[in-house]
Write a protein that binds this ligand. Structure first.
Ligand SMILES: [Zn+2]
Length: 216
């Protein structure tokens, strides 16, 4: 993994500079895949498209914040960073509550791709509560109503345009406990993804509704 330059942008709300990290190259070696479509790749970290300002707590899309400069540590730039850049804080990752706020406040402003992004990431974050070793099933259950409502909305947004979306829709049906619908949807997925389909089918046979690791 090769880190890219530090990118400085300006918060669209308070105009203070913040830093965003970038990646010049990475890979998916040793990546872990999950039934809900999430991939954990240490060598290819995901940089979120929506973040919180470290100064004013405003939630905004990174691409909506103006780039004010860039500093490449590895190239050893021949200039000093301006003082105000040195003080720039790193953006804050959104938590479950922030994603819920972002959806409620419609920060996607009618853009289906952005709403899809928010709902997929909210789904993954809630599943994270039961995904990793330090499981918090009680907390997961507390989010049950939001979890189900979010999946139903996401299901309407996804259009089955490719295997990834078809698999996601099958998984949504499974996690909502609609097992027959899940099996039907898996039949639409191409043979190229047969390995994933077989595993999701097995989870259905066990009447499992929770997120599961997919073996390659
Ligand atoms: Zn701000």
């Amino acid at each position: 993994m090769l880190p890219g330059p530090t990118i400085y942008r300006e918060c669209p709300s308070c105009n203070k500079p913040f830093t965003e990290h970038s990646l010049t190259s990475g890979n998916t070696f040793g990546a872990v895949y999950w039934s809900d479509g999430k991939m954990d790749a240490e060598m290819l970290p995901e940089f979120p498209a929506i973040v919180k300002c470290p100064d004013c707590n405003n939630i905004f899309w990174i691409s909506d914040a103006t780039v004010i400069g860039m500093y490449d540590w590895f190239r050893g730039e021949d200039y000093e960073e301006p003082e105000e850049w040195k003080k720039a804080k790193s953006v804050i990752d959104l938590k479950i509550e922030d994603y819920i706020t972002a959806i409620e406040e419609k920060v996607f402003s009618g853009d289906d791709n952005r709403e899809e992004y928010l709902r997929i990431h909210l789904w993954w974050l809630i599943n994270d509560l039961i995904r990793y070793e330090n499981r918090q099933p009680g907390l997961f259950k507390q989010h049950n109503d939001m979890f189900r409502a979010n999946l139903k909305h996401l299901d309407k947004l996804l259009r089955c345009k490719d295997d990834d979306e078809k698999l996601m829709k099958a998984e949504i049906a499974r996690e909502l406990g609609e097992f027959d619908l899940c099996v039907n949807r898996l039949e639409d997925v191409s043979n190229a993804r047969g390995n994933v389909c077989r595993q999701i089918n097995q989870f259905v046979q066990c009447k499992s509704q929770i997120v599961q690791r997919i073996n390659n």
